[in-house]
Write a protein that binds this ligand. Structure first.
Ligand SMILES: CC(C)(COP(=O)(O)OP(=O)(O)OC[C@H]1O[C@@H](n2cnc3c(N)ncnc32)[C@H](O)[C@@H]1OP(=O)(O)O)[C@@H](O)C(=O)NCCC(=O)NCCS
Length: 136
């Protein structure tokens, strides 16, 4: 990621959170969901485009604070993708985890756009031993 961008270990605003999810193609969430959840993560990272001041990327981590860490909300606005922003966000979050819990169990649910990024950071598919499941 070059100097056009600045990374902070903070969540985006509620407005930016909703916009980042929607415009990056993740499911849209309600304002109430965002307001209730935005400060609930164990760690958050945001990337700001310095010239415009716009929030262009984010990632968050849910955790018990001991050993269990779940990466969520990885999203970069389309105009700013493929410039290393997602990599910088994931690197910052994983460095923070490693500093706090050297033997952490770190997992995520990988949508296709993120899979190569996650693989570069050491993630492998958990199946067939463990399959991600969600309630529908
Ligand atoms: C997944 C996502 C967060 C990745 O963000 P990103 O900022 O594009 O990620 P990066 O730029 O670090 O890496 C993406 C690619 O760009 C390449 N890249 C990085 N810097 C580059 C540069 N300066 N020039 C050209 N390519 C570059 C990387 O090598 C990588 O290539 P690969 O995917 O072919 O291996 C983003 O694609 C996204 O928001 N997708 C939609 C939402 C989504 O699906 N999120 C994941 C949910 S699990």
């Amino acid at each position: 990621m070059d100097s056009a961008y600045r990374l902070v270990l903070e969540p985006p605003s509620v407005d930016d959170y909703l916009r980042l999810r929607k415009e990056s193609g993740l499911s849209a969430r309600t304002r109430e969901e965002a307001e209730n959840g935005i400060n609930g993560a164990w760690a958050s990272a945001s990337v700001i485009h310095v010239e415009s001041g716009e929030s262009v990327g984010m990632g968050r981590v849910l955790s018990d604070g001991g050993w269990y860490f779940h990466v969520i909300d990885m999203a970069v606005l389309p105009d700013h993708q493929r410039k290393g922003v997602g990599d910088a966000i994931l690197t910052a979050l994983l460095d923070h985890i490693d500093a706090c819990a050297p033997n952490a169990y770190v997992n995520l649910l990988a949508d296709p756009p993120g899979r190569r990024l996650y693989e570069r950071h050491g993630f492998t598919e958990s199946a067939p031993a463990s399959v991600g499941m969600r309630r529908v």
